[in-house]
Design a protein around this ligand. Sequence first.
Ligand code: AFP
Length: 337
Amino acid sequence: MANDALISVKTVQRHIFERQRDHPTATGEFSWLLSGITLATNIIAAHVRRAGLLDILGDTGRVNVQGELVQKLDDLANRTIVECLGYRESLGIMVSEEDDEPSIVKEFGDRAKYIVLFDPLDGSSNIDVNVSIGTIFSILQKRDDAPAGRVLDHILQPGYKQIAAGYVIYSSSTVFVYTTGHGVHMFTLDPAIGAYRLSRENLRMPETGSTYSINEAYRAQFPVGIQKYLDWTKTDKAGDFSLRYIGSLVADFHRTLLRGGVFLYPPTKKAPGGKLRLLYEANPLAFIAEQAGGAATDGKQRILEKVPTSLHERTCLIIGSRKEVDRVLSFWKERRD
Ligand code: AFP
């Protein structure tokens, strides 16, 4: 029994390494970069677990580029990721949701060819109240057709160009989910050995689901079509729909990935173009959703086809089970006002 348990240990590092063997031209640099992300999130998880015991709750007093008060844990997570990735040879640029400007780690060269974009701690307003939070990341490769010095040309690529994306949710357990475009794989941090162990390979999102996730307090500000969808979820025809909203995108998405249903952040009067960040939130989660058989749109176009025009661009987001996303769109198309 004890031996069986040992034999079944498949860590995220081993998984990445085995996948790399399917690509004979792979140099291992990309795997090394991904392992930097798992190391950083492992460190962040350790701090999150002890947050109430250390002086890391509350805010730093600083306001970030998004106009939000930076929480101490936001800051710590940001610095941890920068520290763990910064010295990896294959990394050229890091872009954090927390920082105004991208940080150029080194000039692009044969080895430094990757760009990592991340939201170090998603759901900051939940930190101090012990509700699930997460880290989201997206990896791009430098463009061959753009001059190395034109940093933004390399960063502002549509989401379908991502070569990997993933997230970690710090919750009842710490879970790591990633894709490199060959399915979605899920790992759970085993605190006893400090490593992420495989929980589910080739995860599929249910085609449909009866949970909708939205901040319904903004209802009066939503387009009429979205309000009509919300009305429909409460009818006999819809059946037994449930509303679940955590307010940390990672957590709301993770539930949707496993159970099906739909997450919506439509336009509001306050944020007519949507609230969520295209590069650090919508793109990586859209990549994962599609790889798991789900869908993601801003209401007009597939998220992965949006061409970003600025670093901190925001977007509307409807993401989840394909059939439920289509249903929302059919309501919204009828009444866009
Ligand atoms: P915070 O990081 O400020 O908590 O924002 C979290 C978030 O970007 C995303 O994780 C949530 O889905 C969304 O905002 C919640 O927004 P509302 O508070 O407007 O519902």
